[in-house]
Design a protein around this ligand. Structure first.
Ligand SMILES: C/C(NCc1cnc(C)nc1N)=C(/S)[C@H](O)COP(=O)(O)OP(=O)(O)O
Ligand SMILES: [Mg+2]
Length: 564
């Protein structure tokens, strides 16, 4: 049988380590889906809609390093653009693949379904160029290898999504077999001279400082090439305090003796903000200072920063291009001077552990009791997903035991992300115990994907916090629009079982009911268990209220008058 464009794409996806590809079929991509399905290394994963498909691929990329989402033209791709935007903001190489019209239609000025009703079908590629690091449209079969290889290589190197458009009549067209995969995957290493200069210059700069602190950001993990291990080596070579941004929680071990908490301004944990503000040198590793991570700009560090990024290093008086993060951290670990002054000071000021009260079983359920019971669940096999909402604040406050992992989507912040993302992640990590903390508002956005968890028998535990609406928004700026129609969430999940599913839908209104529901969830190994926890609508974290106040103030800054 002839080797085709679809076979080429399938082989490249398998060669870069993809084992599941997320799809929603449409007549523009059916032949392509057949070719992908024909590759023995790929398992096709159907999703209920393209938003969820792209968010499932985003979650898969967190676990696997790279993912693929295959949709149909316009009606599919425009929804998948949302998860693609998430992958862009969260630095994940998601490969978005869309079927497109037959190559003969444009020149015949045909009006087509799934288009805007004009004879110009180029709008989708143009839109994709804005939200990916490389967007290509295959117009003739012989250019497929060059374009597919280029898009995938760009995505892998930039840790950003890419876009590949394949016309419905080209997926089955003749194509040559791919050359060595190293041409696509070979990493760009640091320039040797720049690496040495950067490490020497940085250790020189640090030796002149009295109180250095390391601040870890979300791009540390995304940089790959052993950057997380290299950071631990560097931290131990310096002996200094290590604080972590909320979106990077779990990227530095929280049981490490140099971990000083989550730096999030006034809503930091463990007084991390005190030691960060005490520092006279802040080595920022893959950090992202956004309005949300700086609490409406109130927590922007006010000393000159050292920034070690995925592919460059910059600090007062110096900039070094083409220096890979992992290599830089490893190299700096060998040249930097030991200086644990900030650890000594931190051990003086760190707060004593707080006593968390255990509710009695008949107590009405509260947010604090939910957190206490989830804390008790975390172990070395757990991956905790926290959804946009008060779950961010409740999740960030939890302590991660050795080996526990944490996933958050703080840059893009799409409510509902956690359900498809946890589903995609779970397919890649069936070995891990996945717990999702999600609010009622978020759950309503992407609830359909629980049915995929049922289909694949994934024992994901969904802790749904039902506080009757959009509480984050209430705290930022309240209005009628923050109210939502309440669902019977437990019953809904049972409906996803159809005739053969193993999902469980439970409700918990007291501490004891939650304890029992968690036990039932742990025993349900053949499907997802949703526990609907009802709490008072104003039972939210103090951190949310404080953070919401400053974020609202930042949103409300008056427009700058011209010439002011
Ligand atoms: C509506 C919105 N954000 C705006 C928004 C709107 N649309 C999308 C896709 N993403 C968004 N973040 C947010 S954070 C809600 O408070 C979430 O409500 P819920 O899931 O119920 O969580 P909390 O009650 O803890 O806030
Ligand atoms: Mg809510």
């Amino acid at each position: 049988t002839k080797y085709t464009v679809g076979d080429y794409l399938a082989e490249r996806l398998a060669q870069i380590g993809i084992r599941h590809h997320f799809v929603v079929p449409g007549d523009y991509n059916l032949v392509l889906l057949d070719k992908l399905q024909a590759n023995p290394n790929l398992t096709e994963v159907g999703c209920a809609n393209e938003l969820n498909c792209s968010l499932a691929a985003e979650g898969y990329a967190r676990a696997n390093g790279v993912s693929a989402c295959v949709v149909t033209f316009s009606v599919g791709a425009l929804s998948a653009f949302n998860g693609t935007g998430s992958a862009y903001a969260e630095n994940l190489p998601l490969i978005l693949i869309s079927g497109s019209p037959n190559t003969n239609d444009a020149s015949q000025f045909h009006l087509l379904h799934h288009t805007l009703g004009t004879t110009d079908y180029s709008y989708q590629l143009e839109m994709a160029k804005k939200i990916t690091c490389c967007a290509v449209a295959v117009a003739r079969a012989h250019e497929a290898p060059r374009l597919i290889d280029r898009a995938i290589r760009h995505a892998l190197l930039a840790r950003k999504p890419c876009y590949i458009e394949i016309p419905t009549n080209l997926s089955g067209a003749e194509c040559v077999r791919p050359g060595p995969i190293s041409a696509v995957t070979d990493p760009v290493t640091s320039d040797k001279a720049a690496l040495a200069a950067a490490a020497n210059c940085a250790s020189e700069y640090l030796s002149g400082k009295l109180k250095p602190v390391i601040l870890v950001g979300p791009k540390l993990r995304r940089a790959g090439d052993g950057a997380e291990q290299a950071l631990i080596k560097l931290a131990e070579a310096m002996g200094c305090a290590v604080a972590v941004q909320p979106a990077a929680k779990g990227m530095f071990p929280e049981d490490h003796k140099q971990f000083v908490g989550i730096f999030w301004g006034t809503v930091s944990t463990d007084a991390a903000d005190s030691i960060v503000h005490w520092a006279d040198a802040l080595l920022c590793v893959g950090t992202a200072f956004t309005d949300y991570s700086t609490v409406g700009w109130t927590a922007m560090p006010d000393i000159p920063l050292m920034a070690a990024e995925m592919d460059h290093v910059t600090f007062p008086g110096a900039h070094f291009s083409r220096v890979r993060l992992g290599e830089f951290l490893s190299h700096l670990a060998t040249t930097v001077k030991f200086n644990n002054s900030t650890m000594i000071e931190y051990n003086r000021l760190k707060p004593d552990p707080v006593l968390v009260r255990t509710a009695t079983p008949s107590d009405e359920l509260t947010r604090k009791e939910i957190s206490r019971q989830i804390q008790a669940l975390l172990d070395s096999k757990t991956t905790l997903f926290v959804e946009t909402g008060d779950s961010w604040f409740n999740g960030v406050q939890l302590k991660l035991p050795p080996g526990a992992l944490f996933e958050i989507e703080m840059a893009w912040g799409h409510i509902g992300w956690s359900i498809p993302a946890a589903f995609g992640y779970a397919l890649r990590h069936p070995d891990r115990k996945i717990i999702v903390m999600v609010g009622d508002g978020s759950f309503q956005v992407t609830a359909q994907e629980v049915s995929q968890m049922v289909r694949f028998n994934l024992p994901i535990t969904i802790v749904l916090i039902n506080n009757r609406g959009y509480t984050i928004e209430v705290e930022i700026h309240d209005g009628s629009y923050n109210k939502i129609k309440n669902w019977n969430y437990a019953l809904l999940v049972q409906a996803f079982n159809g005739e053969d599913g193993n999902a469980k839908g439970l409700t918990a209104k007291t501490a004891g009911e939650l304890q029992d529901a968690i036990k039932a969830a742990e025993e349900n190994t053949k499907g997802p268990t949703l526990i609907e926890c009802s709490i008072d609508q104003d039972d939210c974290s103090r951190e949310l209220i404080t953070w919401g106040h400053f974020v609202a103030a930042a949103n409300a800054r008056p427009p700058r008058l011209p010439g002011v």
